[in-house]
Design a protein around this ligand. Structure first.
Ligand code: SAM
Length: 190
């Protein structure tokens, strides 16, 4: 198990999930490879069930989903909004997976305003959204440390929040590297 697709299919298989929502779909490679009975994707710039921004989608959507994959605009306020909206459309015991929670270079982690086309994959500062969620939510949260880091919010299990963070807006990539506990990196989903 190495990729985000493997992780998503793992949850679908292990939990018997029947509905899947993907925010940000690009060429649809992941979306097509996810094996789930009912699938919906959202992207303003690509072929998708809903060709619109995630904000517009959540504004109009009335459906519930067992599993939500967040991989849209890689800016932390947007990723946080996507996660909070996803929590509102999640079935009881559902799971959210947030991609790009482990940038491995400063340029990969740059805020969109400072984006300079890194050689490696651009994760943006999505990690800040996950660290903040993990610091506050009373659910099991961790980052499966593969494929640029897949942040998991597992609402099937309660847990104590990870604890207060310093002012998120001001946090840097050096802070991210110095505080792996903010993310809760794991090798295996649990
Ligand atoms: C990294 S790609 C997604 C990759 C795909 N999930 C995968 O696993 O292969 C990010 C996508 O998010 C889309 N996107 C950008 N802003 C968005 C927004 N506000 N709402 C939804 N999707 C957005 C982009 O058009 C792009 O296709």
């Amino acid at each position: 198990m190495n990729t985000r697709t493997d992780l998503l299919n793992y949850f679908i298989r292990e939990r018997g999930f029947r509905s899947f929502l993907e925010i940000g779909t690009a060429d649809g490679a992941n979306f097509r490879a996810v094996e789930c009975e009912h699938k919906v994707n959202v992207d303003p710039n690509a072929e998708a069930t809903f060709r619109m921004t995630s904000d517009d989608f959540f504004h109009q959507n009335r459906d519930k989903f067992d599993l939500v994959f967040i991989d849209g605009f890689h800016e932390w306020h947007q990723a946080l909004r996507d996660a909070n909206n996803a929590l509102n459309v999640l079935t009881p015991g559902g799971v959210i997976v947030m991609h790009d929670c482990h940038p491995d270079c400063e340029e990969c982690a740059a805020h969109v305003d400072e984006y300079r086309q890194p050689d490696r994959s651009w994760c943006g500062d999505v990690w800040k959204a996950f660290a903040l969620l993990r610091s506050e939510l009373r659910y099991k949260t961790y980052v499966w440390d593969h494929d640029w880091g897949c942040g998991v919010i597992d609402t099937a299990e309660s847990a104590e929040p990870a604890g207060r963070l310093p002012d998120v807006e001001r946090l840097t990539f050096a802070d991210f590297v110095a505080h792996p506990e903010w993310m809760g990196f794991v090798e295996k989903p649990f």
